[in-house]
Design a protein around this ligand. Structure first.
Ligand code: NI
Length: 255
């Protein structure tokens, strides 16, 4: 079984001790592609270099909504330049996160829109992060993006109604370790509802490890557990889940 990992953060400190060792196991274990996702200006710069070290590693550049406080127009210009680098496939992760009270919603919206505009100009896919901000994210995407380039709604955390909106606009649903949790009723319903040809596999490593590794450091090798749960929910084989999501990921990232 070959797997396409659409969302991981191998530049994270959690991998400092064994990053190279771990990444070198990936191909042997059937992880054919990994996309390492950008979160800040600094780490977007790093990712451009990091992805050159491994054949199977690709990257995205973008600023996460919790990292937008000090952004400037100059940063946006630089981000657009970084997006032209080799092996950079998308703009992300970008979006809105209202989970904590101390966020400036308007500022988040401003930089989310600015980064969607970069994706449009560059004709690149987007990787969307949205937490506790369902309505504003949907409104902005409808108005400013609406599937003009492909995209993944990463770590999907809303219900079936919201999934329908994104599917209608042509986006893909990113499903990770959370789907294996017993209490993840809403996400299980979304997976049942979503056609398999619109789902992609992701870890968000080092976060959100699936059962039986819940609470531990996550990595792409655990994606088989996510694929097994999706297979059970949809009544198909795990091979079919891996093969279909693999092709979906190639479609969305255009590789
Ligand atoms: Ni992430």
């Amino acid at each position: 079984m070959n797997i396409f990992e659409t969302h991981a953060h191998y530049d994270d400190d959690a991998f400092d001790k064994d990053r190279d060792f771990l990444l070198r196991q990936m191909n042997k274990e059937g992880i054919d592609y990994i996309v390492n996702i950008g979160c800040s200006m600094d780490n977007s710069r790093e990712i451009v270099e990091f992805v050159k070290k491994y054949d199977f590693l690709y990257g995205t550049v973008g600023v996460h909504p919790s990292d937008i406080d000090e952004l400037t127009e100059k940063d946006m210009k630089e981000l657009e330049e970084l997006s032209k680098e080799e092996k950079i496939l998308a703009i992300g992760e970008i979006g809105l996160d209202y989970h904590y009270d101390n966020v400036d919603k308007e500022l988040q919206q401003r930089w989310f829109i600015a980064q969607l505009e970069i994706a449009k100009r560059r004709n690149l896919p987007v990787v969307i992060h949205s937490r506790d901000a369902a309505k504003d994210t949907l409104d902005i995407i409808k108005k400013h993006h609406n599937g003009v380039t492909p995209g993944i709604i990463h770590c999907f955390s809303y219900g079936v109604e919201m999934a329908r909106e994104y599917l209608n606009m042509g986006y893909y649903i990113g499903v990770g370790g959370v789907v294996t949790f017993k209490n993840a009723k809403k996400l299980k319903e979304v997976v049942e509802y979503t056609p398999l040809d619109r789902i992609v596999l992701e870890t968000d490593a080092p976060y959100l490890a699936p059962t039986p590794y819940r609470g531990k450091r996550n990595c792409s090798l655990y994606l088989t557990h996510v694929a097994e749960e999706i297979a059970a929910l949809k009544g198909v084989t795990v091979e079919e889940v891996c093969a279909t999501t693999y092709q979906n990921s190639k479609n969305v990232y255009c590789i």
